[in-house]
Design a binder for this molecule. Structure first.
Ligand SMILES: [Zn+2]
Length: 297
């Protein structure tokens, strides 16, 4: 049995047995890690706040033969503003699920240790930025593209990802199989596998990669550009992941009526918002409830 201490941010929790909880967290020196918080579901457990989604904490962990156990934990931030705002909660839940899906357990970023400190730093600054953000969508779009880049999936935006032709104007597309932009000629040759992308959207994507979160939230973009960027990043990430993330249903549901997503949201009996965000099926439930129009702040 070895004892290790590490900083971490909670990405996911899952109930285990009667009263325990398995916590998946992201650490700067270990990448994605998992450990059991014994008795965390008992009301007076010392682990209650540290096993909430997005909690940023110092963990002291015993590594066991099969599962590791959390021995002590000290919370640094719990990001209350993300838990109080349904739209921000949905974006943060999506970001956490995306990182969980893209990161290898115990290997840091992409199987190696280098990169995990950078990913951790990105996640931490994203959660702080999202807490304060007036534009949670653009903030999250920036997180997506920055995360993909650190993990080795930076989309090609400067030239055609198929033939290498310099970006010389004309209509372009985003081809997930090629991993980036494709020129008019390659797009035609592929028979429409690519998603259409305007010049404006390409320029904003480049800015999302280059700028820090502070400046990203002041960028602004039209609904049309946002939709194009979202579609391109979705096909890009889904192609790498090979599956659809469950939190996307919840995110789509709370974004249907933006004004209704703020403040107190619909509560799911017995489960809570995080269960709902994580388990996907909750998305439809939210949509129904939001559709009733009972929550105008
Ligand atoms: Zn080409």
């Amino acid at each position: 049995m070895a004892l290790y201490r590490t900083e971490g941010i909670v990405l996911k929790t899952r109930n285990l047995g009667e009263a325990d909880r398995i916590v998946t967290f992201y650490s700067p020196d270990r990448g994605k890690a998992r450990a059991v918080a014994r008795g965390a579901r008992r009301p007076r457990s010392r682990f209650v706040s540290s096993t909430q989604m997005f909690a940023h904490a110092d963990f002291l962990v015993f590594s066991g033969k099969s599962l590791d156990n959390i021995s002590q934990v000290e919370v640094k931030t719990s990001f209350p503003r993300l838990h109080d705002d349904l739209v921000k909660l949905a974006f943060a839940s999506y970001a956490a699920e995306l990182l969980d899906a893209m990161a290898e357990e115990g290997g840091g970023a992409d199987g190696g240790d280098e990169g995990s400190a950078e990913v951790f730093g990105l996640l931490l600054s994203y959660l702080h930025a999202l807490s304060a953000a007036r534009d949670p969508e653009m903030t999250t779009r920036a997180f997506e593209i920055k995360l993909a880049s650190i993990l080795g999936y930076r989309p090609v935006l400067e030239s055609c990802a198929r033939c290498g032709a310099a970006d010389a104007g004309g209509e372009v597309g985003f081809d997930p199989g090629a991993g980036g932009l494709v020129c008019t000629r390659c797009m035609a040759a592929q028979g429409g596998a690519a998603v259409r992308l305007s010049r404006g959207a390409v320029e904003v994507l480049k800015k999302l990669l280059a700028l820090d979160f502070d400046r990203v939230s002041r960028l602004g973009a039209s609904p049309g550009l946002r939709a194009e960027m979202e579609r391109a990043m979705r096909v890009h990430l889904d192609f790498r992941l090979g599956r659809k993330l469950q939190s996307l249903g919840f995110l789509a549901a709370v974004r249907v009526a933006p004004g209704q997503g703020q403040g107190e949201g619909p509560q799911v009996p017995g489960g809570g918002l995080h269960e709902c965000a994580r388990q996907g099926q909750g998305g439809a439930e939210h949509a129904d409830r939001l559709g009733e129009g009972g929550h105008n702040p």
